[in-house]
Ligand binder design. Structure first.
Ligand code: AMP
Length: 274
């Protein structure tokens, strides 16, 4: 595996089918699963490792975000990655520049709680697509709204990349793997799986019979209360339609239950497709 920090060092016109896995490092099995899928499907696998400053708010964890390039490089090498692209901030952002703003799907939820977050994500992913020119880019459904934002950007801007969305990898007790899980205390780690338990319970309820809008409201509220009672500060626990990422009370189109909650100093997000 080659570690590359400069755009100019990346191979050009390789004439093979390139798979890109964009990441911010702190590799866990969720990241590694994306790399393994890319390895199985593509000739050349490029993983980008870039803690993107523009997607962090001023009071967020950019400075303390887990960074261990050597450890990440060893893990990526083990699963057969060809190129680890790990640029410095100045390589990606040599000057204040053009930004990408994706409408509709980025306005609510993470977009509302983290102003500027999705413009930062869309801009860096668009740049990575142009820098690496992959045929397929792999993303995890763990960050569902991010998947919707990237898919919409690719469609709207006719970017010639296929977006491949991969299932969420979880701990045995249901907690979605996340680089930020290292912030959890032992006690918080025990509580963590409750988010997925509530999403699962709510999904089962929605599937068990046809509920009225009021009954769906009540089910979402009950889940929120259970999480709050356990010590979470719930930001949202919602039913959304995938086309717009806006709230819905109908399950006749593709939908998902999404949740975000603060546990101590850690913000956890999760979702389940319906
Ligand atoms: P990040 O390093 O957090 O920006 O994540 C890089 C990629 O890994 C994104 O596409 C994430 O959605 C994906 N990812 C993160 N956690 C998981 C997980 N538990 N399961 C599957 N994919 C994940």
């Amino acid at each position: 595996m080659k570690i590359v920090t400069r755009i100019s060092e990346l191979p050009h016109d390789v004439g093979t089918s390139v798979g890109l896995v964009p990441t911010m490092g702190g590799f866990h099995d969720g990241h590694l699963q994306l790399m393994k899928t890319a390895r199985a499907e593509r000739d050349l696998v490029v993983v980008s490792l870039f803690v993107n400053p523009t997607q962090f708010g001023p009071s967020e964890d950019f400075e303390r975000y887990p960074r261990d390039r050597d450890k990440d490089a060893a893990l990526a090498k083990k699963v057969g990655v060809d190129i680890l692209f790990a640029p410095e901030v100045g390589e990606i952002y040599p000057r204040p520049g053009t930004t990408v703003h994706v409408p509709v799907v980025s306005t609510h939820w993470e977009g509302a709680s983290r102003p500027g977050h999705f413009a930062g994500v869309a801009t860096v992913v668009c740049k990575l697509f142009n820098i690496v020119r992959p045929e397929v880019a792999y993303f995890g459904l763990k960050d569902l709204q991010q998947c919707l934002v990237i898919s919409r950007m690719v469609e709207d801007l006719n970017i010639p990349v296929r977006v491949s969305l991969q299932p969420t990898v979880r701990e045995a007790d249901g907690l979605a793997l996340s680089s930020r899980n290292v912030y959890l205390t032992e006690e918080e780690r025990q509580l963590g799986p409750l988010i997925f338990q509530q999403l699962t319970a709510c999904k089962q309820l929605l599937h068990s019979s046809i509920l009225t809008h009021d009954q769906i409201d009540e089910a979402l509220k009950q889940s929120k209360v259970k999480l709050e009672d356990a010590g979470f500060r719930v930001d949202y626990f919602e039913l959304i339609e995938l086309a717009t990422a806006h709230s819905t009370r109908s399950t006749s189109m593709p939908t998902a239950l999404i949740a975000a909650a603060q546990l101590g100093k850690t913000r956890l997000i999760d979702n389940i497709l319906l």
